[in-house]
Design a protein around this ligand. Structure first.
Ligand code: C2E
Ligand code: CA
Ligand code: CA
Length: 576
């Protein structure tokens, strides 16, 4: 059934869909209403013209025949509106109405010698001329408008619909709730054709491919209602409707894939093209045009990456994560290349609100200037082995700034740097650190390195590095304390100076007595082992009060200071 439906509507596929996208029609009911109003006004007019009565209106005695003019004008206005709103239909209707009035007028002139009908004869003729002129003019401007509209929805290079047309169609289908699939298509190796043969040949290839696909969509050969558009470059998009199952979508895509199999000859050179196809479905995968595009893109990128002989893939939610991660990876690489990783400084205080120092927190700017959160890029940088470069950029920049600020202010405060354990394990880690310390001139006693608790466990190499750091005179803080699995004996051997209690414990602290006691015991154990303790993520007065009561040494949190840009932090250092 779907095949038939597809085939029969295939011919008008592209052209009619395009028209449907851009044309906003006046409802037919308005036409019927206008014809009806005209009939009513004509009947009233005839009645009034024959009447010799008069009627009282606002104290004046007015002959009924005086209303003839009003109804006649009303009738003419209706006819003009009909032409303007319904063009050909309105024009033909208006002509029929006007022509039909001639016999009636002539009869009344000849038979009854009605002089008023001679006036009507002239009015009718003038109305007819006016309507013909208006119609001719409307047609001209309509054709012009259609051309403008066509240019807005047609891709100039290939002559097939463009991205705008495609999104309009999708939004239209979404509004109507009609199921469809959107296929993201990307030609394989197009860039190398462009690079080796030049842009002109590249353009011809795009035209050739677009032409084949457009003919296919028009023919309805695939058995579905298809709409092909060029989004830009070698990216195309296919909207498929009128299919039964997921298999029919794949079948349709295969038809488009096969259309590429035949060689494309340009300037006596043969080109054999292939493409990758990723698709998503409305409403199954998403209900917004934008996300559907992203879903289809994610599937297309994945199949491209896999490089398999199968070139078609359906979207699955897991792909979106992958896609996002890849996007973040691209952003990280670009930011590192452009030296766009920078830092904010979050102040740390003792319980009397005296400044202890700052934690340097990595920040990254996207090319469009948007800040990407470390929660997003740090885990990915760790995964792809770029965390050391981020750590080092933050360290180098913040140490340089901090050394200058210390010299200028004479303050004695600490700079805490986050170091990923992956970075710590690298062979040349210690040399890298020494270099930055030498170049920046930051005094080691003002430097602290934060290492996450969970990952340090059971690593001799990590332990050795920490010992070396300590030997250099740098302080060591155990970050996110409480989230790992430290045993007491492990803690006892830890060459650290500071425990940072993780924010999750501070969040919970005031919800029950046992949570509070838990934090209190961490602080006690820390003190027994000769460590200072800092609580992270302190936001509320009640938390601050409890932390004071249970003997915490320092706090870091929004209550007293958010991460600041360096200029703001400098003001705090100067006034410390
Ligand atoms: P972290 O080391 O535990 O850093 C503290 C995080 O808690 C920071 O988030 C900070 O803005 C946030 N924070 C501090 N006080 C409060 C508070 O009162 N309320 C709330 N809601 N949040 C608070 P940020 O800057 O987003 O950093 C997230 C994580 O990214 C850091 O957690 C750290 O693990 C990692 N990170 C940041 N910079 C670097 C870096 O240069 N190198 C490495 N390896 N990791 C970094
Ligand atoms: Ca930290
Ligand atoms: Ca932390």
């Amino acid at each position: 059934m779907h095949k038939e439906e597809g085939r029969s509507s295939g011919k008008k596929n592209m052209a009619s869909t395009l028209k449907g996208i851009t044309k906003h029609e006046v409802p037919k009911s308005a036409y019927v209403l206008m014809v009806l109003l005209h009939v009513i006004s004509s009947v009233m007019l005839t009645g009034f013209a024959r009447s010799s009565d008069s009627m009282m209106l606002m104290g004046m005695n007015i002959p009924v025949v005086a209303f003839v003019g009003i109804f006649s004008s009303l009738g003419n206005i209706l006819l003009i509106l009909m032409v303007l709103l319904f063009e050909k239909l309105g024009f033909v209707t208006a002509l029929i109405i006007l022509v039909a009035q001639y016999p009636m007028m002539l009869t009344s002139i000849i038979k009854r010698g009605a002089v008023s009908s001679i006036q009507g004869l002239f009015t009718n003729t003038f109305s007819m001329i006016a309507i013909i002129l208006i119609y001719a003019n409307t047609r001209k401007s309509r054709k012009y408008m259609e051309k403008v509209r066509e240019q807005a929805v047609i891709d100039a290079l290939t002559g097939i619909p463009n991205r705008f047309a495609c999104t309009e169609l999708m939004n239209d289908l979404i509004k109507k709730g009609s199921k469809f699939a959107v296929v993201s298509i990307d030609l394989n190796n197009f860039k190398s054709i462009n690079d080796t043969m030049g842009n002109r040949v590249g353009d011809e290839v795009l035209k050739g491919v677009a032409n084949r696909w457009k003919n296919l969509a028009d023919s309805g050969k695939a058995g579905t209602i298809d709409f092909i558009a060029r989004l830009g470059g070698d990216e195309f998009s296919l909207v498929v409707r009128g299919y039964g199952s997921d298999d029919s979508i794949v079948n349709t895509i295969r038809v488009y894939e096969s259309a590429l199999k035949e060689k494309l000859t340009i300037d006596d050179c043969d080109y054999f093209l292939t493409a990758c196809f990723g698709y998503a479905e409305f409403p199954t995968d998403d209900a917004s045009e934008e996300t559907l595009f992203s879903c289809a893109d994610a599937a297309m990128h994945e199949i491209k990456r896999l490089g398999s002989t199968n070139h078609i893939l359906r979207f699955t939610p897991a792909l979106l994560n992958k896609e996002q991660n890849l996007e973040t990876e691209r952003k990280i690489r670009t930011a590192l290349e452009n030296d766009a990783v920078f830092f904010n400084l979050q102040p740390q205080f003792d319980m009397d609100h005296k400044l202890r120092g700052f934690e340097a927190l990595a920040r990254m700017k996207d090319t469009d200037g948007k800040i990407i959160s470390p929660g997003e890029f740090i885990p990915i940088a760790e995964k792809i082995g770029l965390i050391d470069q981020i750590d080092l950029q933050v360290f180098r920049k913040s140490a340089t700034f901090f050394a200058a600020a210390l010299r200028k202010s004479g303050a004695d405060v600490t700079l805490s740097i986050n170091i990923s354990v992956k970075h710590l394990m690298k062979n040349n880690f210690l040399e890298e650190i020494r270099d930055i310390i030498d170049i920046s001139g930051i005094p080691v006693k003002n430097l602290e390195i934060e290492i996450t608790e969970s990952i340090m466990i059971d690593s001799d190499r990590a332990m050795h590095c920490i010992e070396e750091i300590k030997k250099m005179g740098i302080q060591v803080a155990i970050d996110d304390f409480g989230t790992g699995y430290s045993s007491l004996s492990y803690l006892n051997n830890l060459p650290a100076d500071l425990l940072k209690i993780d924010k999750s414990f501070i969040d919970e602290m005031n919800s029950s007595e046992s949570s509070k006691q838990y934090v209190a015991s961490i602080i006690q154990i820390g003190h027994i082992l000769g460590l200072k303790v800092i609580s992270e993520g302190v936001e509320a007065e009640e938390q601050l009060k409890v932390l004071r009561d249970i003997g915490c040494d320092f706090i870091q949190g929004f209550i007293w200071g958010r991460p600041l840009p360096s200029e703001e932090a400098e003001k705090l250092i100067v006034s410390a």
